[in-house]
Ligand binder design. Structure first.
Ligand SMILES: [Zn+2]
Length: 153
């Protein structure tokens, strides 16, 4: 994923594409959490990430097609193959993210977006702004990570 406009934004987000076009949501005092305006905002962010991913996947396919015809030398072919493995892994990751984004868009439609999958509390605008695909509140996510580390040991 390209990281062009990263410097202009203070909070890190998952997608450079989203940073380029969507300004952070201006929350008004007393505004209801996940009101239609907020949902619109996150829908736009998610759709932007999706568009960016689509471009990346197209580019990968083209790169692979171009490279497939170029190398005749066996050494080049070997490195080309590992490149492809990497590309395929990236594509796999992108597909998963794409699937995740579709799930989040469905959540927006069903009214579940912005609430923790685990405990049901509000995930919070700031956290969603940084991670639009977050499905856990910060507490549950932290617990989750601790558990993952313990499993890895
Ligand atoms: Zn939670």
């Amino acid at each position: 994923m390209s990281v062009t406009n990263q410097k202009q934004v203070s909070s890190p987000t998952q997608s450079a594409a989203a940073q380029k076009t969507v300004a952070p949501y201006k929350h008004k005092k007393g505004e209801a959490y996940m009101n239609p305006k907020q949902l619109d905002h996150f829908r736009t962010i998610l759709n932007n990430i999706k568009l960016g991913l689509g471009e990346d996947i197209d580019r990968t396919v083209h790169t692979m097609q171009d490279e497939a015809t170029v190398f005749a030398d066996p050494n080049d072919r070997a490195s080309q193959e590992s490149d492809m493995t990497l590309e395929l892994r990236n594509r796999d990751r992108e597909r998963k993210l794409l699937k995740k984004i579709d799930e989040m868009l469905a959540k927006i439609e069903s009214g579940d977006y912005g609430y923790c999958d685990n405990c049901g509390v509000e995930i919070g605008l700031n956290r969603l702004e940084a991670r639009p695909t977050a499905t856990l509140c910060i507490d549950c996510k932290t617990l989750d990570e601790i558990r993952e580390k313990q499993v890895a040991k």
